[in-house]
Design a protein around this ligand. Structure first.
Ligand SMILES: [Zn+2]
Length: 281
């Protein structure tokens, strides 16, 4: 057992001593990366959903993006994001990086993946992405542009119903880490997130926007709610669909009366924040 492994086990055992044996086994079978993931899950289960949301809100409030030129003249940027936002960025970058890599390979260039990822970032931010361009061209008549990324979020059905994580359960974005259960609730109906609800190892349902809201209903919804439905909010870009009367996990029907479109901020307010969002004018 080496230093970093001991540190991981110790940090998780502090919050839940009964997991030490389990973590020791994880250290043996899945290496440092696997151990880190497992330790993070143990810590995520140890905090209540309320604490997890409070922590999430703290991260969200302190989100930032700073850019500067360092002493060597290198252009640098550093972002601080919520885990789910990072997951979306990661997923979009991965897709674009692959495209950049394939293009480089066709021209016989070989550079490291990090270099391609940097090109991918520039392409996506400046709207010069090869993937994005073709998608826009072919769907120029569509009212809503197709989602360019699909991020997965894995959650146990029992935890979602209960509102709290128990041993062995997860609510996490693979490759990113644990997120509050409320993130999963918020994500259902969101075009860029695919929520995989599972019971043990069996996948119960894959809820995503396409599955949850048929095209004809989506069009009717877009026609009815051209702007965010919160009174006084004029946001018309990047609207997210929400099951607002009876939510999706409580078997809220996917019918027009039970759906509305909210801006990103108000959707967040409604599903993730403890604050109550008033939808009536
Ligand atoms: Zn709004």
């Amino acid at each position: 057992m080496v230093g970093p492994q001991v540190r991981e086990i110790a940090s998780a055992a502090v919050v839940n001593p009964s997991t030490e044996g389990h973590l020791l086994r994880a250290a043996q079978t899945s290496g440092l990366k696997g151990l880190k993931d497992e330790a993070r899950r143990v810590k995520a289960r140890a905090v209540s959903e309320t604490e997890a949301r409070a922590r999430y809100e703290q991260i969200r409030k302190q989100r930032s993006l700073v850019m500067w030129i360092d002493d060597n003249g290198v252009g640098r940027l550093e972002a601080r994001l919520t885990p789910d936002a990072l997951g979306q960025v990661k997923s979009a970058l991965q897709r674009e990086t692959n495209a950049v890599f394939n293009e480089a390979r066709r021209t016989g260039h070989r550079e490291c993946t990090e270099a391609y990822a940097a090109d991918a970032l520039v392409a996506l931010v400046t709207g010069t992405s090869a993937i994005g361009m073709s998608a826009t061209r072919t769907r120029s008549n569509a009212k809503t542009p197709p989602p360019t990324t699909m991020m997965h979020l894995r959650v146990d059905a029992a935890a979602l119903r209960r509102g709290r994580l128990e041993d062995g359960e997860v609510c996490e974005i693979p490759g990113v880490g644990p997120v509050p259960l409320a993130t999963a609730t918020a994500a259902i109906g969101n075009a860029v997130l695919k929520v995989i609800v599972s019971e043990g190892v069996d996948v119960l349902s894959v809820a995503n926007m396409k599955r949850a809201i048929p095209a004809h209903l989506r069009r009717a919804l877009e026609n009815r709610d051209e702007k965010c439905v919160v009174p006084g909010c004029d946001v018309a870009q990047g609207l997210e669909n929400d099951h607002y009367q009876i939510d999706f996990m409580s078997d809220g029907p996917t019918e027009l009366w039970n759906l509305c479109r909210l801006c990103r901020w108000h959707h967040y307010m409604k599903t993730l924040s403890e604050k109550k969002l008033v939808l009536t004018s």
